[in-house]
Design a protein around this ligand. Structure first.
Ligand SMILES: Nc1nc2c(ncn2[C@@H]2O[C@H](COP(=O)(O)OP(=O)(O)OP(=O)(O)O)[C@@H](O)[C@H]2O)c(=O)[nH]1
Length: 383
């Protein structure tokens, strides 16, 4: 395997290149009392992580957005308050992730669930698949039915989590059973319109990143355009698969329309890790200033099975990672030209997003959630 790696530590013309956080990121973490009044940053759309105690909520947040290694999560303390994690300063994902304590009580008058659900884009309910999940299903039903009544626009996502401990057959059976019971409960409550999506996840492999990618993609209004651009790019460049990655979290925010196989995704994730690690060691200035990822970032990795991985910077937060055959890579000039057009188009997509951004309206109880677009293209909610 040979690695060609080329990174200019800092491009002044890149505007905020130097602002890419040195620790790779991961915005300020706020701890909030449940009864806290909303702060201005609370107007950002949220992804809520809910579920019973010890189901794995904090671990998911730490592994996906804070590069914590899965084994370290064994030492995480139980969450007693809502943790609001604003990752928008380092990630394309312009959301706050709110990690809830397991024992949250809807009857508690200090828990303003109307306010919380109104600005929510996605609610992820985590179920521990290694545990008895009857109680979790009851909690899931209570949570989603409350949330749906306040804001029917929320995407409801169920992570059947910790499946690393289950055999393949057991995984499928658990998913079928949870799916069946959860939907039966909804049907009994005449909530057929409430749609739940299910994912099998574990922090010990890439499944958690894949699942989070799908959750985030649903919140990106420009997704069809991005997919279209990727399709045009790969078909004209002889590329087999291309992913548009959020570099910090390794969530892919879009891919071309050919099916995603887990191995390709894992390979691309590993490439990002290699590039960033090498860049952190050799790409910074001697005094440690500069950025591990900037406009000049690119890498080519040739594998011993005639496959080539090609990574290029698209925006401050996004990278394109392509998988192609060695023969196709002989036409690198063509690929680079097509990439140049693709990159330009992506910038235009998000610039249009900014110019069509709606002004923030005053909060109003029960008002529908209007979606506008933020600088990085993810929707902002005005509630
Ligand atoms: N085997 C396995 N263990 C996991 C996984 N995810 C989390 N865990 C473990 O589950 C335990 C509980 O994880 P936490 O992230 O603290 O759970 P939580 O839901 O945030 O718990 P509370 O803060 O009490 O609500 C930890 O020991 C984790 O290491 C997983 O995918 N597989």
């Amino acid at each position: 395997m040979s690695i060609q790696y080329d990174v200019e530590p800092l491009a002044d013309s890149y505007g905020v290149a130097d602002s890419f956080p040195k620790d790779f990121g991961y915005g300020e973490e706020e701890e909030a009392d449940i009864e806290d009044s909303p702060s201005p940053s609370d107007s950002k759309p949220r992804i809520l992580l809910m579920g019973l105690r010890r189901s794995g909520k904090s671990s998911i947040q730490k592994v996906v957005f804070h590069k914590m290694s899965p084994n370290e999560t064994l030492f995480l303390e139980s969450t007693n308050k809502i943790y609001k994690d604003d990752i928008s300063s380092s990630s394309f994902v312009n959301f706050q992730i709110w990690d809830f304590p397991g024992q949250i009580d809807f009857i508690d008058p200090t828990f303003d669930y109307e306010m919380i659900f109104r600005g929510t884009g996605a609610l992820i309910f985590v179920i521990d698949a290694q545990d008895d999940y009857v109680e979790a299903l009851g909690r899931l039903h209570l949570t989603v039915s409350r949330a749906f009544r306040v804001n029917p626009e929320i995407n409801f996502e169920v992570f059947i989590h910790k499946v690393d401990g289950l055999s393949d057959d057991h995984k499928i059976e658990t998913q079928r059973d949870i799916h069946q019971r959860a939907n039966d409960d909804l049907a009994d409550a005449s909530l057929e319109k409430l749609h739940l999506s299910f994912y099998l996840t574990s922090i010990y492999d890439h499944s958690i990143f894949e699942a989070f990618s799908k959750v985030v993609q649903k919140l990106i209004p420009q997704l069809p355009t991005l997919e279209n651009l990727l399709n045009i790019f790969i078909s004209n460049s002889g590329i087999e698969k291309a992913f548009l990655f959020d570099v910090v979290s390794k969530i892919y925010i879009a891919t071309d329309s050919s099916p995603v196989d887990m191995q390709s995704y894992e390979l691309c994730c590993d490439m990002i890790d290699v590039v960033i690690d090498v860049s952190c060691i050799y790409g910074l200035r001697e005094d440690g200033s500069g950025s591990a990822y900037d406009k000049e970032s690119m890498a080519i990795i040739k594998l011993n099975n005639t496959t080539v991985l090609y990574l290029k910077e698209v925006t401050k937060f996004l990278a394109l990672v392509c998988i192609l055959r060695e023969e196709s890579f002989e036409r690198k000039g063509l690929i680079d030209y097509n990439f140049h057009c693709f990159r330009k188009a992506i910038h235009e997509v998000f610039e249009v997003g900014v110019s069509t951004q709606r002004p923030m309206g005053p909060p109003g109880v029960g008002s529908p959630c209007h979606k506008a677009v933020a600088l990085n293209g993810t929707p902002r909610s005005t509630v």
